[in-house]
Design a protein. Sequence first.
Length: 299
Amino acid sequence: MADDGRLTLCSFVVFLTLSCVLGQTPVVLWHGMGDSCCNPLSMGSIKGLIEKQVSKVYVKSLEIGDNIEEDTINGFFLNANTQISMVCEMLAKDSKLQNGYNAIGFSQGGQFLRAVAQRCPNPPMINLISVGGQHQGVYGFPRCPGVNETLCDEVRRLLNLGAYIDAIQDRLVQAEYWHDPMNEDEYRKKSIFLADINQENKMNATYKTNLLKVKNIALVKFLDDGMVQPRDSEWFGFYNPGQAKTVYNLTQSKLYTQDLLGLKQMNEAGRLHFLASPGDHLQFTEEWFISNIVNKFLK
Ligand SMILES: *[C@@H]1O[C@H](CO)[C@@H](O)[C@H](O)[C@H]1NC(C)=O
Ligand SMILES: *[C@@H]1O[C@H](CO)[C@@H](O)[C@H](O)[C@H]1NC(C)=O
Ligand SMILES: *[C@@H]1O[C@H](CO)[C@@H](O)[C@H](O)[C@H]1NC(C)=O
């Protein structure tokens, strides 16, 4: 009898452990510029929302640095390649993520998490959701988010000085995805981050192999985005070279036609999702987020 009791208890424990292990896929969030891991009005509320909608899910909101202030400042002044290496290490060390995770990047966090997928396939990223990410970079920040005007003024000052100056590339995050359509050659040669992950400079076949391991990529574009120029960048579109009015889209780009990252293959397999949200940059409603992101990609 005692043995049976133990056996039952044991199976129950095994069942619980298994449902924990095989339970909801964890979620990793990467905040945008001017924001931090744990702002109760942004990432904090998203984390809470996901936890409420997906029971028992583990949500990790990435903090780049040792505290919230460092995290915010690093979003402007810590080399993006360094940030991505730091995140790869954090993810590899987190035992709860080892069976895979879904990733949601907000604004610049979108292109950063794509870089994580391309450079660091372990632990495996299952779905990648980019919310207002700038996958072909930006050529203009009409407005700067966040509350700190001092930081925004410094970003503008440095970009005006010259985004492709080596010293600025090394330390200004926004210069590292600054894409000047009047100077495509310089961009290709000098951009230490975006040109690299978009296979514009040297080709790295591993980037394609790794990105193809992601099951689904969802790209959210804000239809009235007043912060990202051009907003088409959120779907991998950009200005045609030599001007800043007309744009091309992903399907028309070399990245796609030569399938340098596997996006064509993914699109043809129905694994690439173009989502549109009404409103300005990151101004989605809770209902929109639940029905388009949580229910489709996190459950
Ligand atoms: C290609 O990318 C992988 C993953 O980041 C890296 O380990 C490798 O060194 C890169 N290869 C080249 C030639 O840069
Ligand atoms: C803005 O950031 C700067 C540089 O980190 C800091 O010195 C300043 O106190 C911040 N201002 C506000 C209003 O938070
Ligand atoms: C790009 O534009 C072409 C021509 O208008 C269209 O057929 C295609 O679906 C568009 N692709 C994307 C990704 O929007």
